[in-house]
Design a protein around this ligand. Sequence first.
Ligand SMILES: Cc1cc2nc3c(=O)[nH]c(=O)nc-3n(C[C@H](O)[C@H](O)[C@H](O)COP(=O)(O)OP(=O)(O)OC[C@H]3O[C@@H](n4cnc5c(N)ncnc54)[C@H](O)[C@@H]3O)c2cc1C
Length: 475
Amino acid sequence: MTEEHSFDAVVLGGGLAGMAAANRLAQSGLRTAVLEQGSEEHYLCNSRYTGGVFHTCLRDIMSDENTLRQAIVDATAGFVTDTLAAVIAADGRRAVRWLQDEGVRFMKADVADHRSWMLAPPVIKAPGLNWPGRGGDVLLRTLEANLVKRGGVLVRNTRGRVLLMEENRCSGVIAQQAELEIRFRARAVVIADGGFPGNPEMIKQYICNQPERLKPRNARTARGDGLQMAIAAGADTIGLNRFYGHVLSRDAMTNDKLWPQPYLDALVTAAIVVDPSGARFVDEGRGGVYAVNAIAQLADSLSAAIIFDLAIWDGPGRNGLVPANPHLPDAGGTLLSAADLPQLARKLGMEPGRLLDTVTRYNNALASGTLASLKPALRTSPQRARPIAVAPFYAAPVCAGITTTMGGIKINEHAQALRVDDTPIAGLYAAGGATGGLEGGPEIGYVGGLVKCGVTALRAAEHIVNSGSNREKTS
Ligand SMILES: Cc1cc2nc3c(=O)[nH]c(=O)nc-3n(C[C@H](O)[C@H](O)[C@H](O)COP(=O)(O)OP(=O)(O)OC[C@H]3O[C@@H](n4cnc5c(N)ncnc54)[C@H](O)[C@@H]3O)c2cc1C
């Protein structure tokens, strides 16, 4: 059975990107529908799970525009074009202000500069997943209420399947609602389905060989439908092989107290990560997001361990929202300790001489200021890297936690989906985690999931409004 409905615009996915785009469209008088596959009132998505920090490249989102633009270009080694970097830098603050006008509350968190704009109420500082009533959950409820007040609709239990294409432009979506197939006709479609961190087959296709050996640090509801639909409609993709995530205890594979927090990135940057042979394999100085991508590329991504000492455990080990010390062992995560490195190696099933050699080389290079000459080179400041010298010595077996995918549908500065020849596909837009080209690249530059959502949602909606005949109405 097939039904048909008509709207000015249809948005695929009811996370932050989709709900922000829909509200901006409805605010401008467009009849807007959000199709959401989840059927529950508080359907799960990454926006509901989010830590809620709006930052740009881990900097305050309100910082000077040029500083932010340069930070994006530098972090991604030019992978993000100057044009798109400028858009994120300029509109990140606008997105936060717009959300405030929608009634979304922010707070200044206590930790670092980049936490200056965090959704309220904050996530609970405790191990495990704690989303009900927290920032992301409240944000989505607020945006849904606003959409309804503006005459828009959020249609649950409705999964977008195929884009309707007529004369080279997108004219709607075919969606599935239980047994029912529904055609949603519209002059524009915004794909905001969150990317593909919840789709093991696509992770295998684009990121690594053993997706089942990564820990989904996400809601598993973003399954790449939008990307596949866009490709079928002629869209280009970019940067699909990179992901945003954190280094987790290996026990997070089976223990829900160990994800999304605590994560172990502070230990990674202060110490070293080794493979089963006891050798380093990644530049730890580049941080947890970089390291987690390297761990995912190992022949066995469940074989790496962080090696550190008492001074690191009692120093950087206490850093972060939910620090490894004491939450890793308290929540049941494995923390091996030994009076010396050979004993620690034996507990890990490693050849003792090899681990001792790796640590000795690292300590010597740190002392002589030659970390960059190690193999692989360690590019970090001496303040971040610490010697591994004070007994007891520790090992934390780790896994790679995948939070969101960094690549996706290639877009321009209006969030229009682009073809391989960079011409826009009329009527087709992408926002939030569904987009590509806004972070990642060879250096795995992390720009920020939430800022991407806010900026691309506003950009897409405003371009749809401006390219139509509808006059802006105040809401
Ligand atoms: C634990 C955690 C902590 C995080 N912390 C931060 C942080 O502090 N700062 C930061 O910048 N980023 C953070 N992120 C990342 C950020 O939350 C995400 O990048 C962002 O929420 C993605 O929003 P989205 O709207 O693109 O996708 P989502 O929120 O995943 O929403 C996509 C929606 O689309 C729906 N959908 C999927 N396919 C279909 C389909 N075919 N038809 C209909 N509906 C569909 C899904 O059900 C889902 O509701 C965090 C993420 C997680 C998981």
